[in-house]
Design a protein around this ligand. Structure first.
Ligand SMILES: [Zn+2]
Length: 160
C-alpha cells in the first residue's frame, strides 16, 4: 500500500480520473522516437480529464475491463509528425483512440452512442472482426458536443 501511494506521487502517475492517468493519455511512441515533448498545457490537460470523466470512465465501468488508449493527447508537433490533420481534437486533449481487449469494437461504439455525451464518435477500420480497428471519441461540452457519428475505412468516410 505504501508503495502504491508513493508511485502515485510521481509526476507521470498523475491521475486524470479514477482509472486514467496522465501518462497513458499522453504516451506516444512517435514523440519518444522523435524526441518531442508531448505534455499538454493546462487547458488541454483539463480537456483530457473531462474526456476521461464523461466518456472513458463510464465505458470502463460498463465493460468492467481495462480500456487501452492507443492515442490520446498529441502535441501539435507530434500530430504533424504522424500526418494528423492540424485541426485534430487530439491536439486539444479532447479526443482518444481506444479499444478494449476482448470486446468487439462495434459493441464499444454502440454503447457510447447510446449512453454517453460525445462530440465526434468514429468507428475506424472496423471490418467485422471483433478486434479490428478502433474507436475514436471526442468530448467538448454538453453545449458544444455535435454528436457526430462516422465510419472510416479504406473506402472512405461516411456518416453513420
Ligand atoms: Zn483519433
Amino acid at each position: 500500500m505504501a508503495r502504491r501511494i508513493k508511485r502515485k506521487h510521481e509526476a507521470n502517475q498523475v491521475s486524470l480520473s479514477e482509472h486514467f492517468s496522465l501518462i497513458e493519455m499522453t504516451k506516444s511512441q512517435s514523440a519518444l522516437r522523435l524526441g518531442l515533448d508531448n505534455n499538454p498545457n493546462p487547458k488541454a490537460a483539463a480537456a483530457l480529464a473531462n474526456l476521461c470523466e464523461q466518456v472513458l470512465e463510464p465505458v470502463r465501468r460498463h465493460f468492467d475491463r481495462p480500456v487501452i488508449i492507443n492515442s490520446g493527447y498529441r502535441a501539435p508537433a507530434v500530430n504533424k509528425a504522424i500526418g494528423g490533420k492540424p485541426t485534430s481534437q487530439h491536439c486539444k486533449g479532447e479526443a482518444a483512440d481506444l479499444e478494449i481487449p476482448g470486446v468487439d469494437n462495434m459493441d464499444v461504439y454502440k454503447w457510447i452512442t447510446a449512453n454517453c455525451g460525445y462530440d465526434q464518435l468514429i468507428l475506424e477500420y472496423y471490418t467485422g472482426e471483433p478486434q479490428s480497428g478502433w474507436v475514436h471519441v471526442s468530448y467538448v461540452s454538453p453545449d458544444d458536443n455535435r454528436h457526430e457519428r462516422l465510419r472510416i475505412d479504406k473506402s472512405g468516410v461516411r456518416r453513420d
